[in-house]
Ligand binder design. Structure first.
Ligand code: ZN
Length: 455
């Protein structure tokens, strides 16, 4: 894979911005190899910046057939077992649903339908989705959802409108965003709420870690990457007078309505309880041993860990979710990785290590599992960099926590040896150490050095 920022060394190209129509020259921001199409793998794609609206556009647009895209079993498993953000999608939609209400949700580009299943179960709303890829067909069967296995066309039936239209990570794939917003609007009741998410163009810069950058760019699949202001302007031009943009996640989250917005705040604990009850019920209905069962169990386990419900985490965990001594040296392809473990294995091994350290006080066991998690993260990053966003974020956290577990186990020197991994004289270590980990690493180092000096 090649990714090169040009930083002014490549001439600009003049074309009309597909978002704001600005006709001026567009600086050539970067060139990146196609990762999304098997036929065009590695073929260079060029991304340009519009200085007027600060959106980015590939030119020419990549061509991709979404009825075939992401249709391999491995990609499907990666999505169902690990990467589909069920919690984020459910939380984003629930913010527009008052307690005790009834209504209809349409999810355009619903994928497997995780968000629809969550809202049907938590709020009792009627749900429908459009999804042209194989994910839609599989979700219709496995989650028993009303998913139309096709693209959404303009809706001419005024009696068939929805209270919420949700469209997550789709608008960055289309060639005419204004026409697409009009199609979304044609499904929305007059007082309905449109919920959009799309990658935040502002996060595309050389300091972003390579896996996150590749996910943002999705070279070969994405066409346009929006700035928050450009997306809000496009929605206002389509008649959505009231627009709210939330930039707290890697994707822009936008609520748009023709009527004043009334979003509903739930505390993180309140939302986690709703989600965990849903995941538990969904798991009870799912055949054991399937990718869906693995994915639901991993997300329930992670949610329980994230909010410190260790009793629940203990009851949810099953041994297939962790490997204390993974053999990775012979792995050459991501298919081999997927044949050996569930795709969530690096993350679920990390969370088991956390459970051992915090709840079971088994520090040697925690150390072994954090070490295993870091190795699994590195294997996934090596074999499948474009799907290793979670692993790129976890790998250094796993190294730090292994050092912490060794410190708690009284293994002072071993702990310091682990921390030495953070020493990178040339600053070229990949992925980069997350900034919010720096202070923790330095504090533990100072404590260990002090302890050794007093020996
Ligand atoms: Zn523009």
């Amino acid at each position: 894979m090649t990714l090169r920022f040009h930083q002014g060394q490549s001439p600009p190209v003049t074309f009309a911005c597909p978002v704001c129509a600005d006709p001026g020259p567009k600086p050539h921001l970067l060139t990146v190899g196609n990762t999304q199409s098997a036929e065009d793998a590695g073929q260079p794609l060029h991304l340009y910046r519009c200085d007027n609206c600060l959106s980015f556009t590939y030119r020419p647009f990549p061509q991709i057939d979404y009825t075939r895209h992401t249709s391999t079993d491995l990609r499907f498993r990666d999505y169902v077992e690990l990467n589909a953000a069920i919690d984020l999608i459910a939380r984003n939609i629930l913010r527009a649903i008052p307690d005790g209400s009834s209504g209809r949700l349409l999810d355009i580009g619903c994928g497997f339908g995780f968000g629809m299943a969550a809202i049907r179960d938590i709020s009792g709303w009627q749900v429908r989705g459009f999804e042209p890829s194989r994910y839609g067909e599989l979700g219709r069967q496995q989650l028993k959802l009303d998913i139309v296995n096709d693209f959404a066309n303009r809706n001419a039936d005024a009696a068939d409108r929805f209270d919420i239209v949700h469209c997550s990570e789709v608008i960055e794939h289309v060639q005419d965003p204004h026409e697409f917003i009009d199609i979304l609007a044609s499904y929305l009741a007059h007082d309905g709420v449109l919920i959009l998410t799309t990658p935040d163009a502002d996060r595309i810069h050389p300091r972003t870690d390579p896996s996150s950058l590749l996910a943002l760019l999705s070279p070969g699949a994405h066409t346009i990457l929006f700035s928050d202001a450009a997306l809000a302007d496009a929605l206002k031009a389509a008649g959505f007078v009231h627009v709210e943009v939330d930039r707290s996640a890697p994707s822009l989250l936008v609520y748009a309505s023709r009527q004043p917005l009334r979003l509903h705040h739930r505390s993180p604990a309140e939302f986690a309880e709703l989600l965990e009850r849903h995941l538990g019920r969904a798991l009870d209905r799912t055949a054991p041993g399937t990718p869906l069962a693995t994915g639901l169990r991993y997300r329930l386990f992670r949610s329980a860990m994230d909010r410190g419900n260790y009793a629940l985490a203990e009851t949810v965990f099953t041994p297939d979710l962790a490997d204390a001594a993974p053999v990775i040296e012979d792995l050459e392809t991501s298919e081999q990785f997927g044949a050996r473990w569930p795709l969530c294995i690096a993350a679920s091994t990390y969370y088991l290590a956390m459970l051992m350290m915090i709840h079971r006080a088994d520090y040697p066991g925690a150390g072994r599992h954090f070490r295993a998690a870091a190795r699994l993260c590195r294997a996934k990053i090596r074999l499948s960099p474009s799907t290793a966003v979670v692993e790129s974020d976890l790998v250094w956290r796993a190294v730090y926590h292994e050092a912490l577990a060794l410190h708690y186990a009284g293994e002072t020197v071993q702990s310091l040896v682990r921390l030495a991994s953070f020493l990178d004289l040339r600053g070229v270590g990949q992925p980069r150490v997350p900034e919010n980990l720096h202070a923790d690493v330095e504090r533990l180092r100072d404590e260990l050095v002090g302890k050794i000096e007093r020996m």
